[in-house]
Write a protein that binds this ligand. Structure first.
Ligand code: TYM
Length: 325
């Protein structure tokens, strides 16, 4: 039997190359080897007060992005989280065994709480339990994500272990799968910060036009010196090398050799070309699929049916173990 993977992205606006390189690009390969389920996590997005605006548009856009990037509904299940109500049902069950102290430790919660000081909602605090429910509901083995989600996957594993211990063997213990080179793509304008949807400055979006890509890469922050060489003490060039490497499949070493006697200007010019070329097939496919919203919606409806079948079976099992059935 194939191992199962599950992952998801929030429909909170444009998808950047951090999401692409850290997540979607890897999923496209993994769908060939794993029993694969990919979700549009709209319930998670609700924790951001602005996300409710045009939610249906954003969901459809993210689904179109998934398909245009190469996810194939014949090889994987694609669906919208809120269309499978068992996610929220399992969240409640898991809430009852999750220690508050564990949630208070979550780095992402602490950062978001800082960012939304005036409006820290309960959903933001409970976010990792909903994510654990997403993962455990499908008896997931492997969760392919970027570095920032590692702590949440570890929490899901802890919750599964606790549930099994308390109520008897029920859930698989999931593991995060993180690709080292693209685990954390940094902002082009501030390489000490993660490229992030909430900080659109310094973001390279998957739908950016060639001119915008050229512009953004040309004006990306650089470090002192002029050498194109990986050095952890030089985060700007390290980040640009990671992006170059992910799009070209060349190693850092090979790239360093190529630019031995060249400077930043040449390197950045080529990097822009590589990114533009790398995103071109995706952008063309997206333009075509944008004209077929009904086709995309149908894939999501079918996906939800398939996901729900698995979810129903597992929620029943969990409720039975807890004495509810
Ligand atoms: P989200 O929507 O913030 O991000 C989606 C995916 O993109 C990765 N990512 C990055 N990777 C590399 N560099 C970056 N700068 C970068 N920014 C984002 C994230 O690690 C993620 O893999 N909580 C999740 C969504 C979620 C989920 C799940 C994931 C909900 N339920 C169950 C896996 C399994 C999130 O907010 O991702």
């Amino acid at each position: 039997m194939k191992k199962r993977i599950f992952s998801g992205i929030q429909p909170t606006g444009s998808i950047h190359i951090g999401n692409y390189l850290g997540a979607i690009k890897n999923w496209v390969q993994l769908q060939n080897e794993y029993d694969s389920i990919f979700c549009i996590v709209d319930l998670h997005a609700l924790t951001n007060p602005q996300a409710v605006l045009k939610m249906q548009e954003k969901i459809l856009d993210l689904a179109t992005i998934y398909l245009s990037a190469g996810l194939n509904p014949k090889k994987c299940i694609l669906f919208v989280q809120s269309q499978v109500p068992e996610h929220t049902e399992l969240t409640w069950l898991l809430n009852t065994i999750t220690p508050i102290g564990e949630l208070e430790r979550m780095t992402q919660f602490k950062e978001k709480a800082q960012q939304f000081k005036q409006s820290i909602n309960m959903g933001l605090f409970d976010y990792p339990v909903l994510m654990a429910a997403d993962i455990l509901l499908y008896q997931t083995d492997v969760v392919p994500v970027g570095q920032d989600q590692k702590q949440h996957v570890e929490l899901a594993r802890m919750i599964a272990r606790k549930f099994n211990h308390q109520f008897g063997e029920t859930f698989n213990l999931p593991e995060a799968l993180i690709y080292k080179n693209s685990a954390k793509i940094m902002s082009l304008s501030d390489p000490s910060k993660k490229m992030s949807k909430s900080m659109s400055q310094g973001c390279l979006f998957m739908t950016d036009s060639p001119d915008i890509i050229k512009d953004k890469i040309r004006s990306a922050v650089t470090d002192s010196g002029s050498e194109i060489k990986y050095d952890p003490k030089k985060p700007a060039i390290a980040n640009l090398l990671a992006i170059y490497s992910a799009f070209s499949e060349l190693s850092s070493n090979q790239i360093e050799q190529k630019y031995k006697n060249k400077g930043y200007a040449d390197f950045k010019k080529d990097l822009a070309e590589i990114v533009i070329k790398g995103l071109e097939p995706f952008q063309e496919k997206k333009k075509a699929l944008d004209k077929k919203p009904d086709f995309v919606k149908k894939i999501l409806v079918n996906g939800a049916k398939k996901a729900r079948k698995i979810a129903r079976k597992n929620i029943f099992e969990a409720k039975k173990k807890m004495g509810l059935v």
